[in-house]
Design a binder for this molecule. Structure first.
Ligand code: HEC
Ligand code: HEC
Ligand code: HEC
Ligand code: HEC
Ligand code: HEC
Ligand code: HEC
Ligand code: HEC
Length: 264
């Protein structure tokens, strides 16, 4: 399966990664992510470059990924890139492959290190990962060089992640909402939130992060949500009636085909 040149290449790649900067992780890296690679009875870590022998394509796309730089310290302290999710692979490699000797990672595998994510997905308004209806890889490509690449702030990139399921919010709309250009995560917590609809804020502050409230004149005390140079209407009374997207106001936050002001 593998050729000599392929071996050399992959050795250089992973060797390069090692020189450029390993995330040296023992028990704790950051306050949120701990490194606790899964275990497989009787198996030891062999290092990612072993995998490229037989999983060349996956190994190739994985170059430069955050997870490629993980190391588990100790007597057997090799870099454990692939194995940080799939578990130690010595038995798998020895057997020349197989399914029972290697882990097929679930959300539980990810939670082992991303401890804070378990809490996010336990919130009432979360994506249904806990119930097994969705997986982390619906939004994250675990083998990509950038695991969040399909979920960056660019709307174009998000078309691949969020709107492949939420087609209604995708548009195109006659009147696009300029706020959407910066991506769904401007307003939504993608994992879960304490607020309904996974919103980052339950009230008008959600919108005011861009549409700053500015007094109509220094002394009037009246509020004008005009920071983007649009509304000249005084919003003082309106703001007391509920959120900006309350019924009768800007209901069509994602875009509208009929109303420039995103009313409906
Ligand atoms: C000698 C070749 C070889 C090496 C080296 C190898 N694998 Fe595999 N691997 C295979 C083959 C063949 C299969 C397909 C097994 C099947 O479909 O029955 C496989 C399947 C897998 C699967 C899928 C299992 C499933 O449930 O479908 C994973 C995950 C995996 N390998 C991870 C790894 C990792 C991680 C490494 C490196 C630490 C590695 N492999 C090294 C040959 C290899
Ligand atoms: C961040 C965790 C993570 C890392 C690191 C990781 N994988 Fe995976 N891998 C997964 C997940 C999750 C799946 C299941 C994907 C799915 O269901 O779409 C998977 C599936 C697989 C499969 C079976 C399906 C397929 O895509 O062929 C193979 C083989 C595999 N991984 C090999 C590797 C190799 C080789 C590496 C390192 C170069 C690696 N993985 C690194 C999480 C990871
Ligand atoms: C062995 C521990 C470990 C496992 C298992 C693991 N990760 Fe990670 N992951 C890390 C570390 C360490 C970082 C880098 C530090 C951080 O972002 O907190 C990271 C970073 C990330 C990032 C951010 C990348 C970036 O560019 O900022 C995402 C997204 C991610 N992991 C998703 C996953 C998913 C999905 C799984 C399961 C399929 C998974 N991780 C499994 C340890 C792990
Ligand atoms: C509905 C899509 C979606 C699902 C499902 C999802 N994520 Fe994410 N995740 C995202 C997006 C989008 C970002 C980027 C957030 C940002 O840029 O503000 C992200 C960011 C991250 C990050 C890095 C930033 C941070 O919050 O620490 C980690 C780590 C992560 N996700 C882990 C996971 C794990 C683990 C799972 C599964 C248990 C998972 N994600 C499931 C969409 C998702
Ligand atoms: C694989 C399909 C899938 C992807 C990808 C996905 N979602 Fe979801 N989303 C769902 C499902 C399923 C629900 C739960 C619907 C329910 O409970 O009725 C949901 C619920 C939601 C809700 C709450 C809806 C409500 O009525 O309460 C919001 C907001 C949301 N997703 C935003 C996002 C964003 C933002 C992204 C991208 C970061 C994303 N979704 C990616 C499938 C997906
Ligand atoms: C990320 C920044 C951002 C956020 C957050 C945001 N917007 Fe916008 N909004 C914009 C931009 C940019 C435009 C377009 C301005 C232009 O075309 O010059 C716009 C335009 C609008 C318009 C149409 C112009 C007008 O005056 O009628 C309405 C209505 C609107 N936003 C309402 C909202 C509401 C309601 C929320 C909260 C749910 C919100 N916006 C959150 C950036 C944002
Ligand atoms: C400017 C802020 C903003 C942006 C950007 C945004 N949303 Fe929303 N979204 C909202 C608000 C506010 C609601 C709640 C509407 C309600 O309760 O009537 C909502 C509701 C939702 C819902 C629940 C169903 C519905 O329409 O009420 C889904 C699904 C959703 N958004 C997905 C997305 C996706 C996917 C994107 C990116 C393409 C996105 N949102 C971008 C503010 C935003």
């Amino acid at each position: 399966m593998s050729t000599h040149s392929r071996w050399t290449k992959s050795t250089l790649i992973f060797g390069g990664a090692a020189i450029w900067g390993l995330l040296l992780v023992s028990c704790v890296t950051t306050s949120r992510t701990v490194v606790a690679a899964p275990t497989i009875p009787g198996a030891t870590f062999v290092g990612s470059n072993k995998c490229s022998q037989c999983h060349d394509e996956t190994a190739h796309s994985f170059q430069g990924a955050v997870h490629a730089k993980l190391i588990v310290q100790g007597a057997n302290g090799v870099e454990t890139g692939c194995e940080s999710c799939h578990g130690p692979a010595s038995l798998h490699v020895k057997a020349g492959g197989g399914k029972d000797n290697i882990l097929n990672p679930t959300a539980e595998t990810c939670f082992q290190c991303h401890v804070d994510k378990r809490g996010e997905f336990a919130l009432p308004g979360a994506h249904p990962v806990m119930s097994g209806k969705m997986s982390c890889s619906d939004c994250h490509n675990p083998h990509g060089a950038d695991i969040t690449s399909t979920t960056t702030l660019a709307l174009e990139a998000q078309n691949e992640s969020c709107v492949k399921c939420h087609t209604q919010q995708a548009g195109p709309f006659v009147f696009e909402h300029g706020g959407s250009r910066e991506g769904c995560v401007v307003c939504h917590n993608p994992h879960g939130s304490i607020n309904a609809k996974m919103l980052k804020a339950r009230d008008s502050n959600l919108c005011l992060q861009c549409h700053l409230l500015a007094p109509t004149s220094p002394n009037s005390g009246q509020i004008n949500a005009n920071a983007l140079g649009h509304s000249v209407a005084n919003h003082t009374a309106r703001m007391m009636q509920g959120s900006c997207w309350a019924a009768g106001c800007h209901e069509a936050v994602h875009g509208s085909n009929t109303s420039y002001h995103l009313r409906y």
